[in-house]
Write a protein that binds this ligand. Structure first.
Ligand SMILES: [Zn+2]
Length: 360
């Protein structure tokens, strides 16, 4: 939920969903017209959007098969689909930055988290999307052509100091956990808030070890550089940083998301442990999106970069997955070879998930 300075509410979300539906017809044509080379890459690669809120993950009530249809049309294998526990209490502050609008009531964010888990169960049973719990299941879904979901939660704001809730979430299907988001919590500092912990807390380090033990992918998106340093130290597994761009990205240009970009040192720290950095889709056009991906590759190398659109929070380049072949085409046009593109589409994440799944 890295919103371009926009206040996300239900009305915005509905408007964007309708705009997305209108764009689908155009994108379907593009998918069908994509070149044989693009189609080869899409057929061969397990492709994963490392961070998305598609299908109404934030405020959605009803469920539909729109996400699954878009993924099939665009040839995308899987999505890390994230709900947002602090969603009900964040909004745009007078300074234009997203943050806490009111204190949550006791237990409110945990209750909301459980409701979203129930909603995801409905999406899985009625939305034509297959929840995959292991790498082998993801590969099986790819082989069978089933659009796959890796269940994700953006922020540990549902824990309230109770570590046992990590395992409870895992039992419900969660396989990717982001530590911090837009409100202060007991894990560590986040990029757009005041520094209060000076990095990862002791409880945060315990949570990291518990996530390692359970084989969960740890996402350090939104964490400050200092918090990330603490997680690198505490974790026995490589890390995901699912949605960001390089600090001062020329491809993005002037952006209200500047505080959410990461420095080259920050990026190298994640990559050094075998991690993967997803680049979001907040660029003015697909060519600039690929330039933004290239900016990250120039710092950490092609083995440590992925696609993490952060779709359906604010308008971006890849509004629905039917247009996914355009991104692949543009990556090939930019000079990446098919093998490099396949790594960034999902190969790097598969390596990360395999490492994460090994006993801690
Ligand atoms: Zn985010």
């Amino acid at each position: 939920m890295c919103i371009c300075g926009m206040l996300l509410n239900r009305r915005h979300w509905l408007t964007m969903t309708m705009a997305s539906a209108a764009a689908l017809a155009d994108s379907e044509v593009l998918a069908q017209e994509s070149s044989a080379k693009v189609q080869d890459v899409l057929r061969g690669a397990v492709s994963v959007d490392l961070h998305t809120h598609a299908a109404g993950m934030i405020f959605g009530r009803g469920v539909s098969d729109k996400l699954a249809v878009g993924m099939r049309t665009g040839g995308l294998s899987a999505v890390c689909l994230a709900h947002v526990p602090d969603g009900p209490v964040i909004g745009r502050r007078p300074d234009g930055v997203l943050g806490l609008m009111r204190q949550p009531n006791p237990g409110e964010l945990y209750k909301g988290h459980l409701e979203r888990l129930d909603w995801v169960d409905r999406l899985v049973s009625q939305g034509g999307i297959r929840r995959v719990l292991t790498l082998a299941e993801l590969q099986d879904a790819k082989a069978k052509g089933d659009p796959a979901m890796i269940q994700d939660v953006e922020g540990c704001d549902f824990l309230d100091g109770k570590l046992e809730r990590v395992e409870e979430a895992v039992k419900r299907g969660i396989r990717v956990v982001q530590l911090v988001h837009y409100i202060p919590n007991d894990i560590g500092d986040f990029q757009t808030g005041q520094v209060v912990h000076n990095g990862l807390t002791e409880f945060g380090a315990k949570a990291v070890r518990e996530l390692n033990r359970l084989g969960v992918v740890i996402d350090v998106a939104h964490a400050t550089e200092e918090t990330t340093r603490g997680v690198v130290k505490a974790s026995s597994k490589p890390l995901l940083l699912s949605h960001t761009a390089l600090q001062g990205s020329k491809a993005m240009g002037k952006t209200p998301l500047a505080d959410r970009q990461i420095s080259p040192e920050h990026a190298r720290m994640v990559a050094a442990g075998g991690g993967v950095i997803g680049v979001w889709h907040f660029f003015p056009g697909i060519t600039r999106y690929v330039q933004g991906i290239k900016e990250m590759v120039d710092v950490v190398g092609v083995e440590h970069v992925g696609i993490g659109t952060d779709q359906q929070t604010a308008p971006g380049t890849l509004q629905d997955y039917a247009g996914f072949p355009r991104l692949v085409d543009e990556m090939l046009e930019a000079g990446f070879n098919a093998e490099e593109v396949a790594k960034m589409l999902g190969g790097n994440f598969l390596r990360l998930w395999q490492e994460t799944s090994r006993p801690a």
